[in-house]
Design a protein around this ligand. Structure first.
Ligand SMILES: Cc1cc2nc3c(=O)[nH]c(=O)nc-3n(C[C@H](O)[C@H](O)[C@H](O)COP(=O)(O)O)c2cc1C
Length: 234
């Protein structure tokens, strides 16, 4: 990218004008009082497009924001590995920076973004640890290489080069040779117990559709009466 004196990222030459977000949008008639079916169907559509058209390469990647001990936001991309009416969930090291932050301050926000579909879903809520049985089942289905890496990585800690990691990986490969790799005790996951959710659908001229569900009662994302839905200005 060539430098610009005013710091504005120049427009891409073949498309001198901005990309029009010509999405399908979202009308009141399609917006349910409870959001679970809608978000499930958007996730399914994104996954289907990955297979059929390849223009949504990691449909389950989502940005998860936490706050540190000083109240400073932190954000990173993970893969959404669970989705149920409580909310989305992901797996990670329980020693990682994000896990430590969530232990101290459970408030969390996350977003799934699918630019090719002009769609995004935003979640806010509280993080809860995923229960061990569910994690064991998930871990058992992971590729063996990923299982071994879970034993090796002290996620978010500094390391003096790549070699110590590869050496440790070879060590755990030998240790578990001929047997199933168990889930390390420090490998876990978090579920976002959602209390606010937004579905964003891009429309032409940046006049987008946005709907926000706010919790007004007890129950999951599929419980009638637990949510108030409002259209937001773009
Ligand atoms: C596409 C993509 C998917 C990722 N998936 C995960 C994941 O599922 N779990 C995870 O712990 N880190 C994942 N990462 C790495 C995280 O972005 C991050 O580097 C790591 O979790 C450490 O973050 P922390 O130091 O803030 O805890 C992924 C990164 C990318 C780019």
């Amino acid at each position: 990218m060539s430098a610009s004196p005013d710091g504005i990222i120049p427009r891409t030459p073949p498309r001198p004008d901005h990309v029009d977000y010509a999405g399908e949008g979202l009308d009141e008639g399609e917006v349910p009082g409870v959001p679970f079916a809608l978000i499930s169907s958007w996730v399914d559509t994104a996954r289907a497009r990955q297979v059929e058209r390849g223009d949504v390469p990691e449909p389950l990647s989502f940005a998860v924001a936490t706050v540190d001990a000083d109240g400073r936001p932190d954000v990173r991309t993970v893969l959404m590995r669970f989705l149920d009416p409580v909310g989305p969930g992901f797996v990670t090291s329980l020693e990682s920076a994000k896990s430590r932050q969530l232990e101290a301050t459970p408030f969390v926000a996350a977003t799934l973004t699918w630019p090719a579909m002009f769609r995004a879903i935003r979640f806010r809520g509280r993080a809860e640890r995923i229960d061990p049985e569910q994690l064991d089942t998930y871990f058992a289905g992971r590729p063996r290489g990923s299982q071994l890496s879970a034993w090796v990585s002290h996620q978010s800690q500094p390391v003096e080069g790549r070699e110590p990691l590869e050496h440790a990986w070879a060590g755990v490969e030998a240790r578990f040779e001929g047997q199933d790799v168990p889930r390390p005790a420090d490998w876990g996951g978090w579920r976002i117990a959602v209390d606010e959710l937004e579905a964003w659908a891009g429309r032409s001229d940046r006049l987008h559709d946005r709907f926000r569900w706010t919790r007004v009662g007890e129950g999951g994302l599929d419980v009638a009466g637990a949510w108030r839905v409002q259209r937001l200005q773009p």
